[in-house]
Ligand binder design. Structure first.
Ligand code: SIN
Length: 526
């Protein structure tokens, strides 16, 4: 396969991330050439451009009337304004969620499951509109955005099914006149704080299991990407999920976060975002001893051994590095290549990367959209400059893209060392730093030399080595000969400072359940 073809195939893979998108008569195929403003107008006309918070089933403005702008990262244009809410609105949302909990938690699992299934069906029915919203406010290419809708919706479908499988236990008693039981019950109101890089999927991965277990939620989406969250919340109402079960507040992040972590009525905080904010939330939650799940930063190593299948390694590395323009917690952050294959890999990889088409996410054939804002570009720039100043060489890119503002050129750096900023911190951009190693032991040492432990990737055709290295890596997720591993059926989460708890899969339910031991005594059987 030629490298250009490989890049195109990989882009398709990234776009479809996690789900196939049939080429049926979908709206996006007609609208892909339309400009962002007419798409926004159309979404507004069809009721998808919600611009108020949702508190107790009512669309609500900020109590002081303040608003914040939501901008298209590709153009800087204002899409709409949403309320800049704070502590007061959040406390009301918590009160609504608390009230709704008593009835929602008492519904049968089958009833909750039906509502979730309906919500899933509506998301799929409106995947084009939701995808357009994601591209508008987050910037990722439309096909990739629709891929996120399918991925995000899959958590609702999966947990609609899991709702019916919350089994308890009967424990053999130590005394003849006792019977011992374990019940699993919903924790209560969940404060759900989500990031901008997956405006839908990071919400559904939390809210799906929460609602399935019988919890109610107050969602705080990123103020950069609240529109997808609001549209999803609207669909939750249409699905028959009762008012107050799903609430959405946005605006002043620290005021909202404080209200959620300090409220005694909120029994659980679930957060995806930076490690620094995760630590603050964890400390804050200590005051009321809440359950906490954290999905924090990564620093993913992608280790390519001499014995790797080069095509598989190229495809997998491209996919994990350039998905969402490098803005995922599981993106390869360090590409660690064995010396025997280093030069060959570097040149083939560079050829493939230069075929990635950069542009507005609504543009035809675009594989790399903008970064979320100019601050993100500045961070990428500073990491690349630091690496160059310490001896890294630029094989491709290494600077802002001609499109300006939020666009950065897909970049390949060689001669990268472990002490450079780019190896120590999450770059969150389209930069592939290549490091070199000699032995398997050295590769494991480099890979594990970080406080993060979310995802890691290895490419090798040696089965023994793949097991040995997968077991030695201090990471919650390991992709072997595969760069895209996220799925609703497998546990997602990290070791070390990458977080606490797991999302997705059957393990994702445990995060929203309390275990209750019931002892039935003095039974007097005789
Ligand atoms: C993330 O970047 O936090 C999520 C990525 C994924 O779900 O694959």
């Amino acid at each position: 396969m030629t490298l250009a073809r490989m890049a195109v195939r990989t882009c398709n893979l990234i776009h479809r991330s996690f789900a196939s998108i049939p080429h049926s008569n979908t709206l996006h195929s007609r609208q892909i050439s339309m400009d962002a403003q007419s798409i926004a107008a159309q979404l507004n006309n069809s009721g998808f451009l919600r611009n108020q918070g949702l508190v107790g089933g009512k669309w609500t403005d900020a109590y002081d009337g303040k608003t914040i702008k939501v901008c298209n990262p590709a153009t800087g244009e204002v899409i709409t304004k949403v309320p800049c809410m704070g502590g007061r609105e959040t406390n009301d949302a918590i009160a609504s969620a608390y009230d709704a909990f008593s009835s929602w938690s008492k519904r049968t699992a089958a009833e909750r499951s039906k509502c979730l299934r309906k919500w899933y069906d509506l998301m799929i029915a409106h995947r084009d509109e939701l995808g357009q919203l994601i591209t508008l406010e987050q910037g990722k290419p439309l096909k990739e955005a629709i891929g996120e809708v399918i991925y995000g919706a899959s958590f609702i479908e999966f947990f609609a099914e899991e709702a019916k499988r919350v089994y308890g236990d009967i424990i053999p008693s130590t005394l003849a006149d006792r019977r011992l039981f374990v019940l699993k019950q919903p924790v209560g109101v969940v404060g759900t704080i989500t990031p901008w890089n997956f405006p839908l999927a990071m919400i559904t991965r939390k809210v799906g299991p929460a609602l399935a277990c019988g919890c109610t939620v107050v969602i705080k989406p990123s103020e950069l990407t609240p529109l997808t969250a609001l549209a999803a919340a609207e669909l939750s109402l249409q699905a028959g999920i009762p008012p107050g079960v799903v609430n959405v507040v946005m605006g002043n992040a620290s005021d909202i976060g404080d209200a959620l972590v300090t409220s005694p009525q909120v029994r659980k905080i679930t957060f995806t975002g930076s490690t620094a904010v995760g630590k603050k939330l964890m400390a804050g939650a200590a005051g009321t001893v809440k359950k906490v799940s954290l999905e924090l930063g990564g620093n993913a190593p992608c280790v390519i051994f001499d014995d790797a299948d080069l095509d598989v390694a190229l495809k997998g590395t491209l996919a994990t590095k350039f998905r969402n323009s490098g803005q995922t917690c599981v993106c390869a952050n360090r590409i660690i290549v064995q010396e025997g294959i280093y030069e060959k890999f570097a040149s083939a990889f560079t050829n493939a990367v230069q075929n990635l088409n950069v542009g507005d996410g609504f543009g035809e054939g675009v594989a790399q959209g903008p970064l979320i804002n100019e601050a993100a570009v500045q961070k990428v720039e500073s990491f690349v400059q630091d690496a160059i100043s310490k001896g890294a060489k630029v094989l491709l890119g290494g600077k802002r893209h001609d499109l300006g503002r939020t666009f950065y050129e897909p970049t390949v750096l060689t001669d990268v060392k472990s002490d450079m900023l780019i190896s120590r911190e999450e770059v969150f951009g389209p930069v592939a730093p290549l490091l070199q190693f000699r032995t398997e032991e050295e590769a494991i040492g480099i890979a594990n030399d970080t406080n993060a432990g979310l995802a890691a990737y290895i490419f090798t055709t040696n089965v023994q080595r793949s097991w040995r290295v997968a077991e030695a890596l201090e990471y919650g997720i390991v992709g072997v000969n595969e760069g895209l591993v996220s799925t609703e059926v497998a546990p997602f989460g990290g070791f070390k400072q990458s977080g606490l708890g797991r999302e997705g899969s059957k393990y994702g339910m445990d995060e929203y359940l309390e275990i209750k031991y019931v002892c039935l005594g003095n039974m007097n059987f005789n």
